[in-house]
Write a protein that binds this ligand. Structure first.
Ligand SMILES: Cc1ncc(C[n+]2csc(CCO)c2C)c(N)n1
Length: 233
């Protein structure tokens, strides 16, 4: 992590209601705002985005993401923490989301077999694999939290009525609504529960992973929008 970022201990005395997850998020600007306001995400909310390349690449993202959820179940520090993660893995990702991918890719005429990963897809998978093999619960939760919280961010901006095409509409609905909000609240709560007690070097590792994941989210939407996916200022 670069030195231009304030440490959590210095930041918290300036904040009204200091929350570790808010320190992570605000230290990940401007990428964070670029993700939740990304033109490709906005085009999804209007029902105008070409979803073929994006969803084919995202299906590969979701595979590594599911493995990371399994690592979170294995590395959590209590039974009570394992339960919501295991439930989300089983009920949402392995069921609702998998069903959506199969129907959407079929409707779009996209082969479900894995296409060549774009550089950003490979980089994102590498970050998730790095977090998974660390078996370090706060690091794992940091990557999961970025993936879920940024998606809640852009999907909450969708205005009624949602697009008619199910490919856009259901993709928005998957990342919005009370259950998804509660899931993001749980992930943030885990970072808020564990982050403040970590040694500063560990806090910086968590922030480093959080910022890298946020940057990858931005590159992922850039790739989907037709940019190189390699741009990394
Ligand atoms: C690049 C990328 N980043 C985040 C997500 C969000 N996401 C991944 S799995 C999952 C759980 C079920 O909805 C959610 C929200 C995504 N799909 N693609």
């Amino acid at each position: 992590m670069s030195d231009d970022v304030t440490s959590f201990d210095r930041w918290r005395v300036t904040a009204g209601a200091p929350a570790f997850s808010e320190w992570l998020r605000s230290s990940s600007e401007p990428d964070w705002t670029d993700v939740v306001t990304h033109p490709f995400a906005a085009a999804i909310t209007r029902g105008e985005a070409d979803m073929r390349h994006y969803l084919a690449q995202d299906f590969q993202f979701v595979d590594a993401f599911t493995a990371l959820l399994g690592a979170a179940v294995a590395s959590a520090d209590s039974f009570e923490a394992r339960v919501p993660i295991g439930r989300f893995l089983g009920l949402t990702v392995a069921d609702t989301e998998r069903g959506y991918f199969h129907r959407a890719l079929a409707a779009l005429g996209v082969n479900i077999a894995a296409p060549t990963p774009e550089p950003v897809t490979a980089d994102f998978r590498a970050l998730m694999d790095e977090a998974r093999s660390s078996a370090d619960y706060p690091l794992i939760i940091a990557v999961l939290c970025v993936a879920e919280w940024t998606y809640l961010g852009w999907a909450s901006r969708a205005a009624d009525p949602l697009p008619e095409n199910f490919v856009h509409r259901e993709w928005i609905e998957l990342h919005e609504g009370p259950e998804f909000r509660a899931w993001v609240g749980f992930l943030r709560g885990e970072l808020d529960r564990l982050g403040p007690g970590l040694p500063e070097a560990e806090q910086r590792r968590v922030l480093d992973v959080f910022r890298r994941a946020t940057h990858l989210e931005r590159r992922f939407f850039d790739m989907a929008a037709g940019a190189s996916g390699q741009a990394c200022p």
